[in-house]
Design a protein around this ligand. Sequence first.
Ligand code: SF4
Ligand code: SF4
Length: 458
Amino acid sequence: MTSRFDLLDRVPNLKLVLKSRLFQPVLQLITLFVFTLAILAGLFGTSAGSRNFGIVFVWIVWWALLITILVPFLGRAWCTICPIPAPGEWLQRRGIIQRTPGRLRTQRRRWPRRLKNMWLQNFGFLGVATFSAIILTRPQISAWVLLGFMMAAVILSVIYDNRVFCRYVCPVGGFIGLYSMMSPLELRVRDCKTCQDHTAKDCVVGNANGYGCPWLVYPGKLARNTYCGLCFECLKTCPKDNITLSLRPFGSDLLVGKERRLDEAYKAFIMLGCALAYSVVLLGPWGWIKNWANIETIFHWGLYAIGLWMFTLVLLPGLFWLASALARLVANQQSSQGTLFISYAYTLVPLGLAAWIAFSLGFVLTNGSYALAVISDPFGWGWNLFGTADIPWTPLGASLTGWLQTGVLIVGLLFAIQIAFRIARQHSSQHRQAFVAMLPIASFLAMMTFTFLCLYLG
Ligand code: SF4
Ligand code: SF4
């Protein structure tokens, strides 16, 4: 068992804050205000994306915070404060702060068993990515997409108990779940035996102090961050004081062998493939592909969409299948090819996260200064609320960006290779066998890193 640093024991008052029923709703109300402003600005503000709060604060400020800080260091902390499911959840609960007595108010339908996985989130993300060139730049379309997310969350909250939207539908929640496995923060039970012996399972069914886990998780068996939305309800309901929040080594969840799945493996392929596609379209020198993604003509956009889906769903997994088959062959590993393909796919998590951070650094440093202007004039109507509306566009760190991107990608690659060896070790009886098995996977990872570096460094 790797060492853990128990934050609830060591940080004064942290438990008190997280157990408070005010903690989550207050933060959600703040983000809901910003989210509503983003939608209003998108619908009624200027159509110039770089002057519109909806575009600048969602796709530059929020995105940069999410991918470079929140997810890598705090895992699903965004899900704690996300405003999208909040109205639906408050409707279900018939209240915002206090625990309302009785059951959730929904139609109590059962979520289909075949959809209890990440596939909807995978295709949802690919769908958004296919239209991303227009979603990220056109305020009205961006606003309708955000509004659509919230409407979907409300509708699902009326039909099904708990946060079905977050767990099975939200395209953002899917990739946060995948990459939260890298985070050094984890919520777990202190002692699994205590849970086994506690038949009442307050954390699942709820009690007067809080609701049963809204993410449909049983904390007693929680082994990875992927599906825990850090809502801290179980911290409030557990009568045995058996829940804790700890710091742990980065990427610990990637080594949890028993819960690896094909839908999660595909999430890793889709995310890595989309990071490459976004880098090509938004940062690359090829104007024609940008025009195709921008739906210049339906025909060319169709070609772009087919290319993106084939690349992420067929070509990338196909190449990785070959790498994992080679690993199995040269190291004579006994596990099935399918098991190895899925297991090794988790090496794409650190590399994919590094690729998204590198990509985000590229456009955030270039375009981040727009945030100063739009905070004073969110709708682009000529306001100057804080006296910053006239600050001109100032790209930052142009000479540094390439170095930062290279550094992040190299760290991601080294981390991924280390995970590849440790996963190979789980399927090998000897160190040497694991080392040999790791080589084809490391070659694939190095090839992907090299492709990103060529793109960023020109
Ligand atoms: S309520 Fe606490 S002790 Fe009981 S099963 Fe849940 S986490 Fe474990
Ligand atoms: S396990 Fe606990 S913190 Fe995680 S989603 Fe469930 S109730 Fe919330």
